[in-house]
Ligand binder design. Structure first.
Ligand code: 6GU
Length: 241
């Protein structure tokens, strides 16, 4: 998979050199490139923003550097899936992570200030698939941290990036539920015990317990997820809850 990130703060993306993502890059599974948008400015101040049309607070990213960036990075025959970060974008979910993990080439445009001139999105959308994306209902200074989160969520789904693919199956959000709590040794710690069923060796009972805990936890922390759950995905014992 190829990923390009365009930002005015390339240093913000340095964590992508670390850990499993860094290793995937070293092994050649991930071709990840971070670009400084200011490379496509021509004035002495390398300015990337300007005051908003119609007035108002803050600054808007001007279209010219983005246009020249696209001209240089994107050939006419192959196009990336372009993701433009914005608190006004489509909510990023595990389902979208799966969708993006199947793409051969992703390009992220990190919005800063009050966002990017809308014509950049409209122009790009005439040439490639463009998705404005948000990671939640709160406002960040810019899209860089959102891009870190999205890249981590997406690349761990790319076959070969994560060591143990089986751990993807029963994690939170994969089946629409939060995951059951996890425990390790010792069996007792500061007066708190590992639930005995987990030490019973009865795999059926353990699976049932985890399912119940997942339902309970989801009902407590994320009742909205239970509302949206497909009724057919519940088994007979689930309905007793
Ligand atoms: Cl993608 N960008 C910004 N600036 N703020 C956000 C966001 C993105 N997602 C949530 N808040």
């Amino acid at each position: 998979m190829r990923i390009d990130v365009v930002t005015v703060f390339p240093e913000y993306l340095q964590p992508l050199d670390l850990s499993l993502i860094g290793r995937a890059r070293e092994r050649g599974m991930l071709d990840l490139n971070v670009h400084d948008l200011r490379r496509w400015t021509h004035d002495v101040h390398h300015s990337v923003d300007d005051s908003p049309a119609g007035g108002g607070a803050g600054m808007v990213m001007k279209p010219q550097p983005w246009g020249e960036c696209f001209d240089e990075l994107i050939p006419t025959d192959v196009k990336p899936r372009l993701l433009v970060t914005s608190p006004a974008g489509r909510p990023f979910t595990q389902a979208m992570a799966h969708e993006l993990a199947a793409e051969p080439w992703l390009m992220f445009a990190c919005g800063r200030y009050e966002g990017i001139d809308q014509r950049v999105v409209d122009y790009a959308a005439e040439r490639m698939e463009v998705t404005e994306v948000s990671i939640g209902d709160y406002v960040l200074f810019g899209g860089e941290v959102a891009v870190l989160a999205i890249i981590e969520a997406v690349t761990r789904l790319v076959p070969g990036v994560l060591g143990n693919a089986a751990s993807l199956d029963d994690e939170s959000h994969n089946d629409g539920l939060l995951e059951a709590p996890a425990y390790t040794r010792p069996a007792e710690w500061r007066g708190h015990e590992v639930p005995p069923v987990l030490l019973s060796g009865d795999h059926g009972k353990v699976a049932r317990w985890r399912r119940d805990q997942a339902l309970l936890r989801t009902a407590q922390a994320r009742p909205d997820l239970l509302e949206g759950l497909d009724r057919g995905s519940l088994d007979k014992r689930d309905r007793l809850l």
